[in-house]
Design a protein around this ligand. Structure first.
Ligand SMILES: C[S@@+](CC[C@H](N)C(=O)[O-])C[C@H]1O[C@@H](n2cnc3c(N)ncnc32)[C@H](O)[C@@H]1O
Length: 387
């Protein structure tokens, strides 16, 4: 069984590998697994808790089944709105290929491809718009969860001219190519630390076992310090796994474009004093909650993305932000050609465009960041990211 457990893709949160699963032995619930891990070590960090709750290979939220996204699932993403999101991204990626010498061998790397729906939309559009680009393209997906790898393969094997679905980034970066690396709602799914200001000192909240199978948070000393311009009791989240994550992503490209879409803010807004209880949310059947221990494995647990921190991490790795805007602005710009050519004129596509771009739907809450090797950061981008 341990052979089937994927290597944790997010750096500092190992998934325990020694749970009993022999024939006849009862398979413990995820809560029991977590408590057993805590009893061995006294406590686990919050990222370790998330790694189990979300990615335990048997009972983790993302391993369980693939029905989390969409109307009958727990939350919507831009992908569940319809194919327009993928069609617009396809135009952007094709634009990159055309303005970068039309490489005879290029790659699109999608991280967090889930059941392959977005990949299918992108590949179909590229094939239709430019058979040459499609022929030259390898579509690559690093996917730690075996079930999702199976779904992606089944959906995509006839849509891609070359498909590479791998358990780890390493299998893809072994042969780096020029191209695009992107992810929709992947950054928010990366495990994060919880920290809280107590008597002017930042403490990290670890997960301990409470009474009667409950889980609780306990403050511990930490090296994560955000300064002292915050009110007492201020709680927030910090991701320390961006460097490992981005190093893995950029190693898959010799050169190219990075693009990530997610909900989040630049640092000044993220760490505004009014946001004193952070951005942690759980999602289940389209209802948001705030208790990460309510039903481990049955709810998504996420936190918004600090895009300033993400951009600074990328800069240290030689990728510089070239665009950062609301999803509404970004997609409206991308859609201009399609609109002018009459491609957004049926009611279904118009409705999709509105959902993706209207500020009251997904247009304002989501942001899109692009990064390239060009060290000239446009001043408005530097300003918006508070760099
Ligand atoms: C919120 S879902 C996004 C799904 C899809 N991109 C969409 O927009 O509908 C996050 C996905 O990221 C995957 N994931 C999380 N961490 C990952 C990692 N480090 N590498 C690859 N996939 C990861 C999860 O398995 C999950 O399918």
């Amino acid at each position: 069984m341990s052979d089937a457990i994927p290597k944790p893709p997010y750096g500092d949160a190992p998934i325990p590998q020694d749970y009993p699963n022999s024939m006849g032995a009862a398979i413990p619930s995820l809560r029991e697994k977590i408590i057993s891990e805590i009893s061995k070590r006294g406590s686990i960090s919050f990222p370790e808790y998330l790694a189990i709750a979300l990615y335990d290979p048997e009972l983790g939220y993302y391993a369980r089944d693939s029905t989390q996204v969409g109307r009958r699932g727990d939350f919507y993403t831009s992908v569940s709105v319809g194919s327009l999101f993928g069609r617009l991204l396809a135009q952007r990626f094709l634009g990159w290929w055309e303005t970068n010498g039309q490489p005879a061998d290029w790659r699109i790397l999608e991280i967090g491809a889930h059941d392959g729906t977005l990949a299918a939309d992108i590949l179909s559009e590229i094939r239709q718009l430019s058979p040459d680009a499609w022929q030259a393209l390898e579509y690559a997906i690093p996917e730690p969860l075996p079930r999702l790898r199976g779904l992606q393969k089944a959906r995509l094997e006839n849509l891609a001219s070359r498909l590479l679905i791998a358990e780890s980034f390493e299998a893809i970066s072994a042969h780096a190519l020029p191209g695009v690396a992107f992810g929709n709602e992947i950054l928010d799914a990366l495990p994060f630390h919880l920290i809280e200001l107590k008597n002017d000192v930042w403490k990290e909240l670890h997960v301990i076992a409470g009474e009667n199978g409950t889980l609780a948070l306990e403050p511990r000393e930490t090296s994560i310090q955000l300064g002292n311009s915050f009110p007492e009791g201020y709680r927030t989240e910090v991701r320390t796994n961006f460097p490992d994550f981005l190093a893995s992503v950029t190693a898959c490209l010799t050169n190219g474009l990075l693009m990530f879409a997610d909900y989040g803010f630049a640092a000044p807004e993220y760490y505004d004093v009014y946001r004193s209880s952070g951005t942690l949310r759980t999602f289940s059947s389209h209802k948001a909650g705030e208790d990460p221990f309510a039903a481990p494995g049955e709810k998504d647990i996420t936190a918004h993305v600090d895009f300033t921190d993400f951009a600074k991490t990328a800069i240290a790795l030689g990728y510089f932000p070239s665009a950062f805007s609301s999803q509404g602005n970004y997609l409206t710009n991308l859609a201009k050609t399609l609109i002018l050519n009459g491609g957004v004129d049926d009611t279904k596509t118009i409705a999709q465009f509105q959902s993706l771009t209207h500020p009251a739907h997904l247009g304002a809450k989501f942001h899109i960041i692009e990064l390239t090797r060009s060290a000239e950061i446009p001043p408005e981008v530097a300003h918006r990211l508070a760099l």
